[in-house]
Design a protein around this ligand. Structure first.
Ligand SMILES: Cc1ncc(C[n+]2csc(CCOP(=O)(O)OP(=O)(O)O)c2C)c(N)n1
Ligand SMILES: [Mg+2]
Length: 577
């Protein structure tokens, strides 16, 4: 039997290292799913919502580096892919989306479910193609794969069912994927940087996801320069562990001495970060150098004294032998001491946690971190889960931390954990979910986990509100509104669906409940943790407008008769940092 276009598609995707395709079947995709079935190399993972499939794919693709396929059809099913593809773009995950298209004979006639992929995917996709002629197949599929893998992001192939089912021309399906190219600044620019470093009395480093490959080199440089190392959320998992110079994160969920270190240094080296919160970066009193392999990142968050294009590993490797070692460790010691004292403050609700009801999320997260294995993978929903992940879940050489850090979509954690549970069987995959996030997307596809008996641990922060927004509204001086909702007992819901459900209401049961969840290997677990809805977390540095906003909001709430709420909010956060 001759091959059809869908066969060629599957063959090329399999050759690119694709292991899974997440999605929902239908019309135009039927020939594609049939080809996947016949090919047998790529597993089709049937989900209940296309967006869930994409978030699962993003985590798998980000960590493995292999491309992962997602699919949806036609207009509405394709639309459900979009949010996840934006996430893939921002988190830099190689995803290839197959978008089922209407029959080629009715394209551009406003047919039922017709969607123009070029317009629709414009913001998310690095390369969008419409396969309307079998002769295009090899070139289009080749480009979609190479762009996704080498530019690290999503690409889209829209394909009408009749084209997927059409005979394929006899074209070669082999291709090569180059290893990442080595990119480093010119000798002249490196020379300028060496002079700046040697002339500076004190240096601080601030790193992001770009330090992933060059982590050891960055730590070595920091040690040579006696430089404290702060990090953005996406840099935490690479730069925090086994780093004697680590001083924590800056930004709204920041902790430790990072803010001070960055502001008090003579020279700040920003390495592989596109940290978006400019107000947390120092002004002109600190000299700033940024190094990134993406030229678009250079200088867009803050004005620089020097901007260099290069990947962190090779640039820092070239820098290391050229710079003079610094001998005065006073600046570093001061920043480390500050970090240590912040860390002690952070322990307030952890140490007192067993005696505080409702359960403090700090205590819940810290206990989870303590009980989880050394190679556990943690995922946090956008919301307060991110704060507790950043502050109380410790990374390690083999631990992984992930979230929708740059796109900041809700409801990512459960699918992220599901994707990694499939890609890394035997590893603990733990999702710290908001109750808003879990009910938005996670609950429906709990059925997918159940059917496959995938051992994902979902810990739901049951605070009956969009707490992050609640905090945000107060910070901006508003009276909180539209943020509260009612929940069912999630443990009972999970049990009724066929998963293991554990409800924890009492702080005394936290350790035992989490240990039981982590030990369960026979399928998914939902831990329904009833946590304090008034838990607040302040950054290590609170900008003036934050303090002003809270004061204004509290005053407004008192004036509108919500004295009770304000007293609870203040009373429950006396040990706050
Ligand atoms: C898809 C999406 N919708 C809305 C938002 C805005 N938003 C950010 S955090 C948040 C609240 C999350 O609530 P929940 O999941 O309950 O977590 P909590 O903060 O309560 O822990 C909202 C509504 C978003 N980031 N993404
Ligand atoms: Mg919530």
């Amino acid at each position: 039997m001759s091959k059809n276009v869908a066969d060629v598609l599957c063959e090329m995707l399999a050759k690119a290292g694709v292991k899974r395709c997440y999605g929902i079947v239908g019309d135009a995709l039927n020939p594609v799913v049939d080809a996947l079935r016949r090919n047998g190399t790529i597993e089709f993972v049937a989900v209940r919502h296309e967006e869930y499939g994409v978030f699962a794919a993003v985590a798998e693709a980000y960590f493995t580096g292999n491309p992962v396929v997602v699919c949806g059809t036609s207009g509405p099913g394709v639309v459900h892919l979009f949010n996840g593809l934006m996430d893939a773009r921002k988190e830099r995950a190689p995803i290839i989306a197959i978008a089922g298209d209407v029959e080629s004979s009715i394209l551009d006639t406003s047919a039922l479910e017709e969607l123009n992929p070029y317009k629709f995917f414009d913001a998310a996709s690095l390369y969008t193609a419409r396969l309307v002629n079998p002769e295009q197949a090899r070139a289009v599929i080749n480009t979609a794969i190479l762009t996704a893998v080498l530019e690290k992001g999503p690409t889209v192939i829209a394909i009408p069912g009749d084209i997927a089912a059409a005979d394929a021309p006899d074209q070669p399906t082999d291709f090569t994927i180059a290893a990442p190219a080595i990119l480093r600044p010119s000798d002249t620019d490196l020379g300028k940087l060496v002079t700046m470093i040697d002339e500076a009395k004190t240096v601080a480093i601030f790193g992001g996801d770009g330090c992933r490959e060059g982590r050891d080199e960055v730590v070595e440089l920091a040690c040579k320069l006696k430089a404290p190392v702060g990090y953005a959320f996406r840099g935490k998992q690479w730069l925090e562990h086994d780093n004697p110079n680590a001083v924590g994160m800056t930004g709204l969920i920041g902790y430790g001495g990072a803010y001070n270190a960055l502001h008090e240094a003579d020279l700040l080296l920003m390495l592989g970060t596109d940290f978006p919160f400019s107000e947390f970066l120092p002004g002109p009193s600190v000299k700033k150098v940024q190094i990134d392999k993406n030229p678009k990142h250079i200088g867009r968050r803050t004005a620089l004294d020097l901007g260099l294009v290069g990947d962190i590993k090779s640039t820092v490797s070239a820098l290391l032998p050229a710079v003079c070692e610094k001998t005065d460790g006073e600046f570093l010691a001061r920043q480390l001491a500050h970090t240590e004292s912040f860390h002690k403050q952070l322990q307030h609700y952890v140490e007192n946690g067993p005696a505080i009801k409702p359960i403090r999320p700090e205590f819940l997260a810290a206990t989870l971190s303590e009980l989880a294995s050394d190679d556990a993978m943690f995922f946090a929903d956008t919301g307060t889960a991110c704060i507790w992940l950043a502050r109380h879940i410790f990374g390690g050489k083999n631990r992984r931390l992930f979230g929708s850090f740059s796109w900041a979509s809700m409801a990512n954690a459960a699918p992220n954990a599901f994707g990694c549970a499939l890609a890394y069987p035997g590893r603990q995959c733990i999702a710290l979910c908001g109750d808003g996030g879990f009910t938005m997307l996670g609950m429906g596809d709990l059925l997918t986990q159940i059917e496959r008996r995938t051992p994902v641990v979902q810990v739901i922060l049951n605070n009956e509100k969009y707490d992050f927004v609640h905090i945000e509204q107060q910070e901006a001086g508003f009276i909180p509104s539209g943020v509260e909702f009612k929940n069912p007992n999630f443990a009972k819901v999970a049990e009724a669906m066929g998963a293991k459900g554990i409800r924890i209401e009492d702080p005394q049961d936290v350790r035992e409940g989490l240990a039981e969840a982590l030990a369960y290997k026979d399928g998914p677990v939902v831990v329904d943790a009833v946590v304090d809805p008034f838990a607040l977390a302040m950054p290590s540095h609170s900008p003036f407008h934050t303090v002003k906003g809270f004061t204004l909001s509290f005053a407004k709430q008192v004036l509108s008769g919500r004295v009770d709420t304000v007293i609870k909010e203040i009373g429950r956060n006396v040990g706050i940092v």
